[in-house]
Design a binder for this molecule. Structure first.
Ligand SMILES: [Zn+2]
Length: 55
């Protein structure tokens, strides 16, 4: 028996890019929310998911 990871199931064909926007200052970041907003210093709890319009 071979135990390898030959079957990696991923969501293919559905690439969703998320933007995160700071609810305090409006700073936006693409991908994942930072630990802290570089603009106003808010935590990532203050970041909201923002869908990218027109993409
Ligand atoms: Zn901010």
């Amino acid at each position: 028996m071979t135990e390898g990871n030959g079957g990696q199931n991923g969501r293919q064909g559905e690439y969703v890019t998320l933007n995160w926007g700071c609810t305090r200052c409006g700073y936006r970041v693409e991908g994942a929310p930072p630990e802290q907003c570089p603009e106003c210093g808010a935590g990532k709890e203050d970041f909201d998911e923002v869908p990218i319009p027109g993409f």
